[in-house]
Design a protein around this ligand. Structure first.
Ligand SMILES: [Zn+2]
Length: 255
């Protein structure tokens, strides 16, 4: 006898598997990040097909086999249709999905991550785009330049996730000597999870220095706002093009 499981979930990724099968990566309300095999989804015009669209909130049922979880039923709960219609929003949603899949290791229920994911998709769906969005194949650079508020939603998601996972960076004191940071010669260290003072950075081995990124004091202030979820302040903050690229770069290395 198979046990049947049921949970709400967000579809994050799909990969072709063998003869018309698709492996779905989802984040579920009950079991966290899991992979579920949807059999013959590509081959047969299955009644499920329309429901398996990325970034949909769905109710799904599956059975746990020896090797796989196999999808038995799926129905849509929320569509996030504005998100799916808008390339810039979709691009950010893919970044969210990559980050979530990349940073979460275990199949484990996590209420905070579940709520953060739904909040983030809701924000992307609801956001009213000011600039036109006609590029289907645009770069992250264009996204940063034309759609900073959308990128802010992603950054907010990223730093919130980092905090939930217990990696909140030290941004006020040197992560090594614990001295209060002065706004000069500062480095962000991914290994030490925080900012290092110039003195501590200089004493690192050459190899360890490569894992650090020089960071402008102004950038640290913006990262503090992100980590501390000062959402309304962030939306009003004037951020230069250079700073936008630097903040985004910081997070690419971290992730
Ligand atoms: Zn130090």
């Amino acid at each position: 006898m198979f046990i049947r499981y049921q949970t709400k979930a967000v579809l994050l990724k799909e990969q072709a598997r063998g003869e018309g099968d698709i492996l779905l990566s989802v984040f579920s309300q009950q079991y966290g990040k899991i992979e579920i095999l949807a059999r013959s989804l590509r081959k047969v015009k299955s009644k499920l097909r329309g429901e398996t669209e990325l970034f949909s909130l769905v109710l799904l049922e599956y059975i746990q086999g020896k090797h796989y979880k196999t999808l038995t039923n799926i129905s849509r709960v929320r569509d996030y249709s504005q998100l799916k219609k808008t390339p810039a929003k979709l691009k950010v949603a893919f970044q969210v999905s990559r980050t979530l899949i990349g940073l979460i290791e275990n199949e484990e229920r996590d209420k905070k991550i579940w709520e953060l994911l739904l909040e983030t998709l809701g924000q992307l769906d609801d956001y009213q785009l000011e600039q036109g969005d006609s590029y289907f194949n645009f770069s992250n650079k264009i996204l940063l330049k034309n759609h900073w508020p959308l990128k802010l939603i992603y950054h907010y998601f990223f730093w919130s996730l980092i905090e939930i996972l217990g990696y909140k960076p030290e941004l006020y004191h040197c992560a090594l000597c614990q001295k209060k940071l002065r706004p000069e010669g500062l480095y962000f260290s991914f290994r030490e999870r925080g900012v290092l003072c110039n003195h501590c950075f200089e004493r690192l081995e050459e190899g360890d220095k490569k894992d650090c990124l020089e960071i402008e004091p102004n950038l640290i202030k913006i990262v503090r706002l992100l980590v501390e979820k000062q959402w309304s302040l962030l939306q009003r903050l004037q951020v230069t093009e250079k700073e936008k690229i630097a903040i985004d770069g910081l997070l690419n290395i971290f992730a």
